[in-house]
Design a protein around this ligand. Sequence first.
Ligand code: NAP
Length: 269
Amino acid sequence: MIDRQTQLYGVIGYPLGHTLSPVLHNAAFQAVGLNAVYLAFETGDLRGALAGMRALGIRGLSVTIPHKTAVIPLLDEVDELAEKIGAVNTISNREGRLIGSNTDALGALKALHEKTELAGKRGLIVGAGGAARAIGFLLKEQGVRLTLANRSQEKGKALADFLDCPCVSLEEIGKVQPDLLVQTTPVGMFPRPDDCLLKPKDLKKGMVVMDVIYNPLETRLLRLARERGCIPISGLTMFMHQGAEQFRLWTGLEPPFSAMSQAVTAALK
Ligand code: NAP
């Protein structure tokens, strides 16, 4: 029941396209009986969106492309991890103060930790955008020996410098032989699910292979990984964990993970 007490949350980005965040968070609010609703706000007007958040008392916003970096100077505070990563995907409104956090990196880390130890592993990150930066930062902190591969060498080198790791071209991926591979580009995402930057021979038995894409649920890369005897991790697991961390930040409650997961899986099917 929506009434005058209902708390408002949402996601801002442009374009928002296929976002599943409303499904995830509304399922969570319902499961714990919170009088709250989460909406999708497709907007390129970041400054206006934050003024609206303050004026209307919106309790929390997820932030997605292209606002994750540009939002930082508009906030009252940015937590330590988001500041180090240089990107915010979550804003919490605490009595009028807007505080930025980054749950993408934690989501990826939780998804990986479910399947593997990280310290001392050789890791390859494919891509050099915001997701690569967030995930690379935490993997480095966990003691993973990283290599980065990216299409544009200029962007790849800049991120590799930040992560203090080597950078190779996409053609050189086969030489890296990692224990752990994290695919962070949009290649393979709906509506082009047959695209894939990796070749079957790049994937060795036992390798952990995570794709940040969750639509389709099993990307071509993850199918190849499964067929080659690797340990595949879907972007959905990362998405679920980053959303669960947002819920925890906004409400202080334990996220109802299975209700969230069921709702998102049903929506994807
Ligand atoms: P971004 O900052 O725009 O970076 C995109 C990266 O992908 C760049 O390194 C770019 O390479 C590379 N790329 C794009 N198209 C390519 C192509 N055709 N061939 C080779 N490389 C290509 O994007 P982002 O914020 O990092 O997001 C990347 C993906 O992660 C998106 O699909 C997003 O939905 C997903 N994501 C998932 C979650 C989750 O919870 N599962 C969370 C966050 C993001 P260049 O440098 O050469 O342009």
